[in-house]
Write a protein that binds this ligand. Sequence first.
Ligand SMILES: Cc1cc2nc3c(=O)[nH]c(=O)nc-3n(C[C@H](O)[C@H](O)[C@H](O)COP(=O)(O)O)c2cc1C
Length: 404
Amino acid sequence: MNIVVGVTGGIAAYKSVHLVRLLTKAGHDVTVVPTEDALRFVGTPTWEAISRHPVTTSVHDDVAKVRHVALGQAADLVIVAPATANTIASMAAGLASDLLGTTLLATLAPVVIAPAMHTEMWRHPATQANIATLRSRGVHLVGPAEGELAGGDTGPGRMSEPEEIVEQALAVLAPQDLAGLRVAISAGGTREPIDPVRFLGNRSSGRQGAALAAEAAARGADVVLVAAHVDAEVLAAAEHSSIRVRRVGTAAELSTAMKDAAATADAVIMAAAVADYRPAEVAEHKLTKEQGVLTRIDLVENEDVVAALAAARAGGRAPEGQIIVAFAAETLTDAGERRERARRKRERKGVDLLAVNLADAEHGFEQADNAVEIIGDGGGVVGEASGAKREVARAIWRAVIDMR
Ligand SMILES: Cc1cc2nc3c(=O)[nH]c(=O)nc-3n(C[C@H](O)[C@H](O)[C@H](O)COP(=O)(O)O)c2cc1C
């Protein structure tokens, strides 16, 4: 998404550095438009470095590209954080004295502001009248929060935390079509210990599961994300007050956590890569070359978690109407063969939807992008998507909603 972040002249401008980081990390294209006063708090190089776009306050730069309207026209969302009393007044009056002002007038995108100022300034009738004007025009407010303000006072006026601003701003754009639904999602790859330092694992990063969780939460769902060895960096994309993360290690731990979450879930998505086998014995101490035992590992089969969840549902141990989605990563390059295998797998596992993805150098494991076909009732293709994993997540949720 194209997001413009307007930054105005308050101390909280430093917090917006983190806000921009959160947005870019989540894959959004962010252009920062500071006011002249904002640059007294945080300078141009910082904004350019974290957004990777040129930054200016003026309508007179890049005139050939009509930047003063182009930014607003191209934006999917505009966030002003912090929003000073002065900028709030300018917005209410419709002033276009700088690049932020013209961008705000030229945009048809939703506008979200995060006010920050001293309590007296916030409570002043002029500010409150301006806020009422902006609200009546459909501007969304996040905060201000109560708490310690610059200068040591406390009261309402503190800018909301960046995480909360991101969450609420993105929720403005997302349809709330999963509101009230409880969902359980598994992500990442399990590791089956051989000894205290070695394991059998796979290359799943958890990105697709994290994207599914983030998309569901943005659309109003309550999410349990069962994460097997997912990096903190990847989990950061799924930071949301409606997502509870349960970390697990082995297939057995994942199974327990998923069964627990699925018992009350309206939708279950198994995006994790779960080991089919585990070493029959786990050595108590590190195995050494000298022992000569590392050339052969005896394996025993793990439980088929997806099939177990489907069986629990069939046995009435799940909410009425629960939808179960499984994933299949295939290396077969022939799309027809891949689809056929996916159809058989869907039948065998007893799930409603099966998202089959090609795992190659550009797609699937450890990659930012994915490409899936979604197999549904009667083995038909009910959806497909390729591109960013968040895009793929949208297609999967669309298929789940259609099915419900
Ligand atoms: C140290 C300092 C902190 C300030 N913090 C705020 C603030 O949090 N909120 C606010 O509305 N104004 C604050 N101001 C005043 C604004 O910087 C001033 O009103 C300025 O004209 C805002 O311009 P802008 O809205 O174009 O960025 C602060 C000023 C200073 C010197």
